[in-house]
Design a protein around this ligand. Sequence first.
Ligand code: MN
Length: 128
Amino acid sequence: MTGRILVVEDDLLNRLFYHDVLEQEGFDLRQVSDGALVLDEVALFKPDLITMDMQLPNISGLRLIRQLQKDKATCHIPILAITAFAGPQEEKRIRSAGACGYLAKPVTVKQLLEAVSACIEPDGGTED
Ligand code: MN
C-alpha cells in the first residue's frame, strides 16, 4: 500500500510499533507525540490517513478529530482512532466525532493493517 500516514501517539513503544508495521507496508510515515502539534503537522505533511491515539498530552484525540472534521482543508482525511479506554460509550463518541475506524489497545499487527486498509479503501476493493 502507498500513501502518507501520520501516527499520533504519545507512548514511545506504541508509536514505534505502528510506525514499523506501517512503514513495512510501504507507507510514508511521520509521527507526533503531543496533541498540540497535530494540526501543524497535518497542514505540513498532508497525510492520507491519521492514526489517532485518544489519550494525548495537551489536546485530546477526540477534540483533534472534531477540529480536523470541521476544517474544510482536513475534513476529507480519514482518521483511525486508537484508545486504551474501550467501551460502547467511547466508541460512540469517537465515531460520531467522525473517525473512520476504531481500535482498542492493545492493537495487533493484523488489526492495525485491516483497519488502515478499510479506512483508506472503504469499498474494500481488493477482496474477491
Ligand atoms: Mn496516549
